[in-house]
Design a protein around this ligand. Structure first.
Ligand SMILES: Cc1ncc(COP(=O)(O)O)c(C=O)c1O
Length: 429
């Protein structure tokens, strides 16, 4: 069903906020600056209020008072326990998810393990939209395996979507593994996990999904899709904090078949037996490596609790409404000014962000952050070569904010305010 909107008027936006069933969740997050509209939750989610006492407890009580005793009380099992909480958000079973390391490292572990399991097959399929780190990890592994594998990338015809056909043409009986970002970091295009998994399985290939831009923003059901493997980060729509540890998922029946390439002591059956010979844990714990980062791991849990309380289907429903509304405003207000939309118009194949394309995208992004007046700034992010990425989170983004953000882009374009911005690019965009 396509959403329709009554008007571009700010009062219409306020009315939609008034009817929003998730509106109280905005108060769950730190939001001290009413002059700044934050549309970058797909890079770094907001700080939940309840994270602060959680961290205070882990620092002052568990570390400060209880010291090493906290490992036995609550720390040792935390990667597994928090992983089980995440299973409820991504449609997995308890015991199929563990929190560990970064997304890139988890991807390394699973790609490596999958290629070992699929030895004899030489192709790895991905797409030209995949996040660079994912492609770099695969390229490094190919080199390490003696250049016996070939990475082939499905290409887009419109720079917004990848057709099933483009993938289908590349996946064959020689394909060991398909590695895809579920939601593309630039255009926001989203795959149908079930359909692509079935397509790959029919040729004997495994599929590894990177859920970084999806988990917490849309309903995913890995078990229903019979998904093999997945990884993702917790600092975007799960609001786990900068550099928060990532997660990996392995379907139950694959756990015993896959071997982690990094044999660390936390992946052993009994780390505190200090045996000299490694014996991998007979569970998802075999994919742990070293000591878990307890403080940042603790910071993940409040964000997961908020998503579970709001309900992932309700969050997705609101995210669709917010992004549909944004597209309606862009089409009505910005397209006549020379902007175009670099994201799918169909919400069923779109994640939770919308890319606006303009030749001056970099300077317009910077102008939004600077603001024309002191009472309104917008935080988007910029992705090369010409994308202004605006992301929404149903937990804290309002319709009014979207309206004000699009109007500010219009003002910046009308006044050519972006011409006052220096060209050199900052390190983090
Ligand atoms: C889709 C995707 N995959 C992987 C990564 C890399 O994650 P990490 O830095 O945790 O390794 C990112 C980072 O933003 C990402 O967006």
């Amino acid at each position: 069903m396509k959403n329709t909107f009554e008007s571009i008027d700010i009062f219409a936006a306020k009315r939609m906020d008034g009817k929003d069933k998730l509106k109280s969740f905005r108060n769950e997050f730190i939001n001290n600056d009413p002059t700044t509209i934050y549309l970058d939750g797909n890079s770094l989610g907001r700080l939940p209020n309840r994270t602060i006492p959680f961290l205070d407890n882990v620092i002052n009580k568990e570390w400060g008072d209880d010291l090493i005793g906290s490992w036995n009380k609550s720390w040792y099992d935390k990667p597994y326990r928090v992983g089980n909480k995440l299973t409820k958000i991504i449609g997995a079973k308890d015991g199929e998810v563990i929190i560990a390391d970064s997304t890139s490292i988890n991807l390394f572990k699973l790609v490596y393990a999958a290629l070992r399991l699929q030895s004899g097959k030489s192709k790895i399929i991905s797409d030209s939209f995949n996040f660079p780190s994912d492609l770099y990890v695969i390229q490094g592994i190919i080199k390490d395996f003696g250049n016996k594998h070939k990475l082939e990338l499905a290409q887009s015809e419109d720079e917004i979507t990848i057709s099933d056909d483009a993938l289908n043409k590349l996946i064959d009986e020689d394909t060991a593994l398909v590695v895809l970002s579920h939601t593309a970091f630039k255009s926001g295009f989203t795959y149908d996990i079930k359909k692509i998994t079935e397509m790959a399985h029919s040729k004997g290939a495994l599929v590894l999904w990177d859920l970084s831009h999806s988990a917490g923003a849309m309903d995913i059901n890995l078990n229903d899709a019979n998904a093999d493997l997945a990884v993702g980060c917790t600092y975007k729509y799960l609001n786990g904090g900068p550099g928060a540890p990532a997660y990996l998922y392995v379907r139950e029946d694959l756990i015993e078949k896959l071997e982690s390439p990094i044999w660390g002591w936390f992946g052993d059956q009994d780390p505190f037996a200090f045996n000299s010979e490694y014996r991998p844990a007979e569970s998802i714990k075999k994919f742990l490596v070293g000591t878990p980062p307890i403080i940042s791991l603790t910071a993940i849990e409040p964000g997961l609790d908020i998503v579970l309380k709001a309900g992932i289907s309700k969050i997705r429903e609101k995210n669709i409404l917010l992004t549909d509304y944004m597209i309606y405003l862009i089409n009505t207000i910005l397209v006549p000014l020379g902007f175009s939309i670099g994201s799918p118009l169909d919400s069923s194949i779109r994640g939770s962000h919308v890319s606006i394309v303009h030749p001056e995208a970099y300077r317009i992004s910077k102008a939004l952050i600077k603001g024309i007046r002191s009472d309104l700034k917008v935080i988007p992010d910029f992705r090369k070569p010409n994308n202004i990425r605006l992301s929404v989170s149903g937990l804290y983004t309002t319709f009014e904010e979207i309206n004000r953000a699009i109007m500010l882009i219009k003002d910046i374009s009308d006044t050519r305010f972006y011409e006052t911005i220096a060209i050199p690019r900052e390190i983090v965009t």
